[in-house]
Design a protein around this ligand. Structure first.
Ligand code: FE2
Length: 369
């Protein structure tokens, strides 16, 4: 399917700048991202750097930047966020050329402000940031770092850790998926169309995405250059509780469901992640019996994919390989997808059934189906 025309974007977005999680214990989460997911610690702020109320660790792997932030005081907004949602994504930050212009345009087009444009400076230069609200308590921060050369942002110091983190080959953020409450998907699709000039790329209804028990609907919006893709899910009526409802119950509202990160070599990446202790959803062996009838020729060895439980799908542009982690915190909410695109531009529709049955088996074990 063709990507949109970048000329229709309200303002240019160059990619994902960073993703910030509010977590209960950033110090310990930072070790998980290093030891399990292969990120390197690059920057830090906290009491030692003059920040009194919170700590943030910045982790990086290739173009992916993750910020892990915890409150130091119970009445802090970050502590309230964690109390309400558990560990979860607060900020999907977008890399723009002009943050003030992006913010002003978004507000004119109906976005709600999270915070107004501000210039932050240190000896490495300046960064302009501004933010708008999106679904749930999630926000989009616009970041212009064109006049900045420091490790992350003014206010952060460069700080590596003694942990010998080894990259697992994760390259960039491919897409970020939101789960929204029943009946609100179209409103959020319209938000991205109106405010950002994004285009609706694909629609999945409950006939595409349903198993015997559960159903959901999904629409994918994308920026014109395709660098930003936001699928948005809402629950649909099924015989039992859908995974989206389970998410919304535990997250206490709409929020980021998964972050898909791209690799050029999924066999290497998933092999490393498994060795590091990352847990993945399990798809039964019989998935592999007829998968090649469905997807045709692939370059990878099927036995190797089968051994790591990696899923395969094809669209008119090529094929893709993907796998989904189990939730990465105690609540059954946020998880990661690892994806290798071999031409394909879609999201693995052919795997939805196998995948949702895998999630249902987990829900069954949790007693939430
Ligand atoms: Fe995905």
């Amino acid at each position: 399917m063709p990507l949109n025309d970048a000329a229709t974007d309200t303002f240019p977005i160059n990619g994902t700048d960073h993703i910030e999680f509010y977590v209960g214990n950033a110090k310990q989460s930072a070790i998980y991202y290093q030891a399990a997911l292969g990120f390197k610690q690059v920057a830090y702020c906290g009491p030692e750097t003059g920040v009194r109320d919170r700590v943030s660790y910045v982790l990086q792997q290739s173009k992916i930047r993750i910020v892990l932030t915890s409150a130091l005081l119970p009445e802090h907004e970050i502590a309230q966020h964690v109390h309400q949602h558990g560990d979860g994504v607060k900020v999907l930050a977008l890399w723009v050329d002009d943050a003030e212009c992006a913010y002003n345009t978004a507000i004119e087009r109906g976005a709600e402000s999270a915070f107004q444009p501000r210039k932050i400076q240190d000896e490495h230069g300046e960064v302009i940031v501004a933010a708008i609200k999106t679904y749930g308590d999630t926000i989009h921060t616009f970041v212009d770092r064109s006049r900045y050369s420091g490790p992350f942002m003014p206010g952060y110091i460069e700080k590596e850790s003694a942990y010998p983190a080894k990259s697992v080959g994760l390259k960039y953020v491919d897409h970020c998926v939101g789960n929204v409450e029943l009946g609100t998907m179209n409103q959020w699709v319209k938000f991205y169309e109106d405010v950002m000039g994004f285009k609706l790329l694909i629609t999945f209804d409950d006939k595409d995405i349903s198993t015997e028990y559960t159903a959901l609907m999904s629409k994918v919006v994308s920026s014109g250059n395709g660098y930003i893709k936001f699928p948005i899910n809402e629950p649909a009526q099924g015989k039992k509780k859908s995974q989206i409802e389970e998410y919304i119950d535990f997250y206490r509202g709409s929020g980021v469901q998964h972050i898909a990160v791209a690799t050029d070599d999924i066999l290497f990446t998933v092999g490393q992640l498994r060795a590091n202790g990352v847990e993945f959803l399990y798809v039964p062996d019989n998935y592999y019996e007829d998968v090649l009838d469905r997807v045709g020729h692939i370059n990878e060895d099927l036995a190797a994919l089968r051994q790591l439980n990696i899923l395969i799908d094809r669209d008119e542009d090529g094929y893709l390989l993907q796998i989904f982690t189990k939730p990465i915190q105690d609540r059954p909410t946020v998880f990661f997808e690892i994806i290798q695109r071999c031409g394909a531009k879609s999201f693995g529709k052919g795997n939805f059934k196998a995948l949702f049955e895998a999630i249902e088996r987990e829900q069954e074990i949790r007693g939430t189906l």
